[in-house]
Design a protein around this ligand. Structure first.
Ligand SMILES: *Cc1c(COP(=O)(O)O)cnc(C)c1O
Length: 370
């Protein structure tokens, strides 16, 4: 990395001395994985922080998606969004489920509830929406459809750590929600993830499933997987939980400055905070209208790159454009016009807790000065 490069994200790292102290505790206990004390402490601390009843830790954010589908015995077809990270759809593929792509709303980037019903067939068993960029999906409209047709709802909430609507965690929506604690996310455990569920029974079942299906020393209750988080990353996670509020506030300040500076730039649009929503500022997407801005998204993206500013065309290409999925009938571009427009216009600007004011101004200047 060059000295003057601005990266799109930067991991939130715990204080090394504090981490060392916890490592010493782990070394002394000689308990390094398998539901140790740090694992249990982190699950409790996360449930409290996130205002959810139950959390089960995982070793990354993809396995809870795969495991949720297993736990709910989802089969056949699942309605999902093409505008996400590819792991969302991969989790369906790994369960032998046919993904059915439905278009998104321009206002949120999330799946458009008005287009879900038309995609339901007798084989549909669930909906897998994504709170993309941490913007809450229209969970009430989605639940109403799910209830009407008897479908399960699993939210990929990888971007939605700490997001609340009117004081309630968005993670309480649907049957289950999954989180990613990957290094690039707002809150990280290096690699890691979690599942959020509403009752003790489900929590128990998920805890079995992430440990090979073991329900006791000699009892296996199902074909489980291994997705346990170890003690070292659990301890790291406990420390990061103490500083995540400050990190989110630092991101908030960057968002305020971006909005102030870019509000009147012709051809550049972005989203404002929604009333009643506690945002986590996990990403700052802007949308480039080539005609009005006088430059295409790619021209701006590569110009920024040449100045050492690493934005991301996130999510481009759409999941429905990857070779694995583009043969599906629902992957046809005519079926997904809004998602295609967003994928063609988006740049996620650098957004993290450690961006300096100088860097933010450099990023703004790259966009404002043509
Ligand atoms: C990061 C991410 C995942 C996958 O999480 P990992 O921890 O990297 O396995 C899944 N879905 C979305 C939307 C993501 O952004």
């Amino acid at each position: 990395m060059e000295a003057n490069q601005i990266t799109v994200t930067s991991p939130l790292l715990p204080d090394l001395n504090e981490f060392n102290e916890l490592l010493k505790e782990i070394w002394d206990s000689k308990w390094i994985t398998n539901n140790g004390s740090f694992h249990r402490r982190l699950e409790t601390a996360l449930a409290e922080y996130l205002k959810v009843p139950y959390v089960s830790l995982f070793t990354n954010g993809t396995l809870p998606l795969i495991t949720a589908l297993q736990a709910l015995r989802i089969t056949g077809e699942v309605i999902t969004t093409p505008y996400s990270f590819v792991a969302t759809t991969h989790s369906l593929w790994w369960n032998n489920i046919k993904p059915v792509f439905v278009d998104i709303e321009w206002e949120t980037g999330c799946i458009d509830p008005n287009k879900i019903e038309a995609a339901i067939t007798p084989r549909t068993t669930a909906i897998m929406p994504v709170h993309v960029y941490g913007k809450p999906c229209n969970v009430d409209a989605i639940q109403a459809i799910a209830d009407k047709y008897g479908l399960k709802v699993i939210y990929d909430a990888a971007h939605a750590f700490g997001v609340e609507v009117n004081g309630e965690s968005i993670l309480n929506a649907g049957d289950m929600s999954t989180l990613s604690f990957h290094a690039t996310k707002v809150y990280n455990t290096i690699e890691g993830g979690a599942m959020v569920m509403h009752d003790e029974q489900t929590k128990k079942r998920i805890d079995y499933l992430k440990n090979f299906g073991f329900a006791g020393e000699t009892e296996v209750v199902g074909p489980g997987i291994n997705s346990k988080m170890d003690e070292i990353r659990s301890a790291y996670g406990l420390l990061n939980l103490r500083q995540v509020d400050a990190a989110i506030e630092a991101r908030h300040q960057v968002a305020i400055r971006y909005r102030e500076a870019l509000r009147d730039v012709e051809g550049i649009t972005f989203w404002d905070d929604l009333p009643g929503v506690k945002h986590n500022y996990s990403y700052f997407p802007i949308f480039v209208d080539a005609e009005k801005y006088g430059m295409t998204r790619d021209e701006l993206y590569f110009k920024m790159k040449s100045q050492g500013i690493l934005g991301r065309r996130y999510f481009y290409p759409l999941i429905s454009e990857f070779s694995t999925y583009r043969g599906l009938p629902s992957a046809a571009p005519e079926n997904l016009p809004v998602a295609h427009k967003m994928a063609d216009e988006v740049i996620c600007l650098p957004m993290h807790h450690a961006l300096s004011e100088e860097d933010v101004e450099r990023i703004i200047n790259a966009i404002v000065e043509k």
